[in-house]
Design a protein around this ligand. Structure first.
Ligand SMILES: CCCCCCCCCCCCC/C=C/C(=O)SCCNC(=O)CCNC(=O)[C@H](O)C(C)(C)COP(=O)(O)OP(=O)(O)OC[C@H]1O[C@@H](n2cnc3c(N)ncnc32)[C@H](O)[C@@H]1OP(=O)(O)O
Length: 379
């Protein structure tokens, strides 16, 4: 008689994770012993007979899953069936180890399920997977905090620009030309500390540090498949921003009063006030067309401008790193000098434009995928 293994589960908005405890499990598919694997079948109703019958079944609204394993130890057969609360997609991915089988099932519709199975009393072999467990509120809190942080930054900077910018003797073009002055980063260091363009770092940096540390979670989310996004573009985005924030601005006091900080922070936050609400609505299966359009369009001018502003910051920091030797690599006394960090910054400038190219292409594809799929569906 087949035994029922312990099955642990957790969910995200798009996926269900099942962890089947099946020590040394081996599985037969069509009679062949495949080693550690799992034999899954979907059906619209719980299968009554041999689940091999359901092996290649594809259905648009699958509701249940059955898995069958063959344990090497004691030659036990293992089997379980679950009838999901809501439909799931027919594709399934699974990974087996010596101790367990991890199964990922995609929900047919994004959303948070109140429980996993149709019946209100959960089967005895089913338990929450506390290693991966997230409440709906946990999943949304992270986006909400980043959104609130970036909104605060954006609104604060806009208000300060209007209030402190008024009555200013300097003309804006002069400020911008200061921002783009590569030769003497100290020129604009001293005057007008009340000017919003010059004291951005002091007023905004704490919140920006907080938001960008939190943004590192986006890479983990992508890497562990919590959200449907590519790891490389996310990594480039987070590493690129954090390099400028922590190394260029954070570690160099002389950069703190540079107007370029204003432009970089403003451009970064300008996209996030659309991106995070777009993700938040997505969590509730809701779409607001204007917001979707803004999320997938505003980056077109913002991304190149953002990278350009970052490049200006990097170029402005080069003479400072040369002067204070911070992060330079000391060489043996016989050679008697050190390798300045500015050499790395020159290489980084090239990497930035490579990163811009990769992410621009990624966002362009995301835009096409989003709008063209929608158009096809509408037809
Ligand atoms: C290897 C390291 C090398 C380092 C080299 C460094 C070089 C650095 C150079 C580049 C430096 C760039 C610095 C940045 C500058 C700026 O930011 S300038 C300002 C303008 N910026 C932008 O416009 C970029 C904004 N950022 C992004 O868009 C993303 O970070 C992205 C990774 C670039 C793209 O996002 P992505 O997630 O891939 O696309 P989406 O279509 O939005 O999402 C895909 C699906 O995933 C869902 N989703 C994603 N996140 C969440 C979430 N947190 N919660 C819920 N859902 C989420 C999303 O809804 C999509 O799902 P579907 O709707 O079902 O498709």
């Amino acid at each position: 008689m087949a035994l029922t293994p312990l099955v642990y589960w957790a969910q995200r908005h798009e996926e269900i994770y099942l962890r089947v405890e099946l020590t040394d499990a081996q599985v037969r598919v069509n009679g062949t012993l495949l080693g550690v694997a799992v034999h899954l079948a979907y059906c619209t109703e719980i299968p009554s007979g041999d689940s091999d019958l359901y092996d290649h079944l594809t259905c648009s609204g699958c509701r249940c899953i059955s898995a069958q394993g063959h344990g090497a130890k004691g030659q036990n057969e293992y089997e379980f069936s679950l009838e999901f609360l809501l439909p799931v997609k027919p594709e399934v991915s699974h990974k087996s180890t010596q101790r367990q089988v991890n199964i990922t099932v995609r929900k047919a519709q994004r959303g948070w399920w109140e429980r996993l199975v149709v019946q209100e009393r959960k089967p005895v072999f089913l338990a929450p997977d506390f290693d991966r467990w997230l409440d709906e509120s946990d999943a949304e809190m992270e986006i909400r905090e980043k959104f609130l942080g970036f909104s605060w930054i954006f609104v604060n900077m806009t208000v300060r620009l209007f209030i402190f910018g008024q009555g200013e003797e300097r003309l804006l073009w002069l400020k911008v030309s200061h921002c783009f002055s590569f030769t003497d980063p100290i020129i604009s260091n001293t005057p007008l500390t009340s000017d919003s363009l010059y004291d951005t770092f002091h007023t905004i940096s704490d919140v920006m540090f907080f938001c960008q540390i939190l943004a590192a979670v986006e890479v983990l989310n992508a890497a562990f498949g919590v959200v449907r996004t590519s790891v490389i573009p996310t990594l480039i985005q987070v590493v690129g921003r954090n390099f400028v924030l922590f190394i260029i601005f954070g570690s160099l006091e002389k950069m703190h009063n540079q107007p370029v900080v204003f432009f970089v922070f403003y451009l970064w936050s300008a996209i996030e006030i659309f991106r995070y609400p777009f993700y938040m609505l997505g969590c509730f299966n809701t779409e607001w067309k204007t917001l979707t359009w803004l999320r997938y369009t505003v980056w077109i001018p913002l991304y190149p401008l953002g990278v350009l502003a970052e490049a200006v910051a990097v170029i402005q920091s080069i003479p400072i790193f040369d002067e204070n030797k911070f992060l330079s690599i000391p060489l043996p006394k016989a050679i008697g000098t050190s390798i300045s960090f500015s050499y790395f910054l020159h290489v980084y400038l090239v990497l930035m434009f490579l990163g811009l190219f990769i992410n621009f292409r990624h966002l362009y594809k995301q835009r096409n995928r989003r709008f063209h799929t929608k158009k096809r569906k509408a037809k």
